[in-house]
Write a protein that binds this ligand. Structure first.
Ligand SMILES: [Zn+2]
Length: 116
């Protein structure tokens, strides 16, 4: 796998993920790569509306956690490109299949050790 191509794909994914993260959360400037779920600041009198907002908040939090995980994997992959050990399975240290990296440039494991 040409790491320049992987880097380009990862940078693109990073930008896209940042946009999505910003739409559901607020970047925690103190911790790089950490986003806080944007809270609904308007107090609601109607208990039904409060319930709706709580559900919305939980949903946002779940989306945020999912995006954050992907984002951190992308960052980890970019760091690996910089340090020259990109594309190695974290379990067996063997090169990850090129087909797999082409589809998922932030893959951390080979096909044998993938967990999803
Ligand atoms: Zn492996």
């Amino acid at each position: 796998m040409n790491s320049d191509i992987a880097k380009e794909a990862l940078e693109k994914e990073k930008d896209a993920l940042e946009k999505q993260l910003e739409s559901v959360g607020v970047h925690n400037k103190a911790v790089p790569g950490d986003w806080i779920t944007a809270q609904n600041t308007t107090p609601e009198e109607d208990p039904n509306l409060v319930a709706d907002h709580t559900e919305e908040y939980d949903e946002k939090r779940a989306t945020l956690a999912h995006l954050e995980t992907r984002y951190n994997k992308v960052i980890a992959a970019l760091n690996k490109i910089d340090s020259g050990n990109y594309g190695l399975c974290v379990v067996c240290q063997k090169p990850i299949e090129e087909d797999r990296l082409a589809v998922l440039p932030s893959a951390e494991t080979c096909l044998t050790h993938k967990d999803n």
